[in-house]
Design a protein around this ligand. Structure first.
Ligand SMILES: Nc1nc2c(ncn2[C@@H]2O[C@H](COP(=O)(O)OP(=O)(O)OP(=O)(O)O)[C@@H](O)[C@H]2O)c(=O)[nH]1
Ligand SMILES: [Mg+2]
Length: 262
């Protein structure tokens, strides 16, 4: 059962925090407008007050617009992903993260749908939880942020995952996650596209990693969507079934399921 975050954690509680290096990871494919909007809103100073030295990593899928230039202008580290698709990009990022000396990672989309000012709430919870997810479905979905089809599909897939795995989740397909290093080291993933979040949930269940959820705000996307509701919904559904039958990826993949970058 996923614990619901209900009480705030006081900043004083952070005194004993041992995790100090944070990566904020953004997957991008032609997100110049979204990136320009969200990068200045990552609350680096607030995170520093809370004891976190933060680096922003952009994992790019071969953007043809000004995404990479904008990322570099804002001081981000830019990596080109192995393979193609958001899932492959996240695995590239996880693999890089594990090779570096970092303590925690926050991932969020670069399209302006998620609010970076909520990152401090995630990192406070990472003090005592391995994985934190941003829950849109019981959070604040702004008008026009999600189509009716996506709203319905997100609820059905979340409900289906909870029944199939016997572990309740609040929002299966959210793109806003926080992880400790130990959690990332345990994940075994081989998703290429938007089924990555469903596989992260399945892998957390397999590894008995507890997930806590916090309600978040979900806004209308800036720029062009890459997800196809029907095809990607179907791939998410299939991934849930496959991981229920074969809990670990069967393909020969290095690094506990993450892409080998070297
Ligand atoms: N690196 C990389 N990033 C990608 C790829 N496809 C999508 N992304 C990024 O992944 C994030 C989510 O993609 P979206 O198209 O917004 O998909 P979504 O949020 O599931 O769908 P919408 O609700 O329609 O926005 C965005 O930041 C995209 O730029 C890819 O092939 N490679
Ligand atoms: Mg999006």
């Amino acid at each position: 059962m996923i614990k619901q975050y209900s009480e705030g954690i006081k900043d004083d509680d952070m005194v004993t925090m041992v995790m100090k290096n944070l990566i904020v990871m953004l997957p991008t494919l032609d997100e110049e407008y979204g990136l320009k909007e969200i990068l200045p809103r990552i609350p680096l100073a607030r995170l520093e007050e809370l004891g976190w030295a933060t680096e922003v990593w952009v994992i790019d899928g071969g953007s043809n617009d000004l995404t990479v230039e904008i990322a570099k202008e804002h001081g981000c580290e830019v990596f080109t992903q192995a393979g193609s698709g958001k899932g492959a990009a996240m695995r590239t990022g996880f693999s890089k993260f594990l090779s570096a000396n970092q303590d925690a990672l926050i991932m969020l989309d670069a399209d302006g749908t998620y609010d970076p000012s909520e990152i401090p709430e995630f990192v406070k919870l990472l003090h005592s939880n391995e994985v934190v997810i941003g829950n849109r479905l019981q959070g604040n979905i702004e008008p026009n942020a999600m189509t009716n089809l996506n709203y319905f599909g997100n609820h059905i897939l979340t409900w289906f995952a909870s029944i199939l795995y016997g572990v309740a989740t609040d929002d299966l397909c959210t793109g806003y996650w926080g992880f400790t290093r130990t959690a990332i080291a345990k994940l075994q993933l081989n998703s290429m596209r938007f089924e990555i979040e469903a596989e992260m949930f399945a892998s957390c269940v397999k590894e008995d990693i507890k997930i806590i959820s916090i309600p978040i705000t979900y806004r209308a996307r800036i720029g062009q969507a890459k997800l196809g509701s029907v095809i990607d919904g179907w791939m998410i559904f299939k991934k849930l079934l496959v991981r229920r039958i074969f809990p670990t990826p069967v393909e020969a993949i290095t690094g506990r399921g993450n892409l080998d970058m070297d």
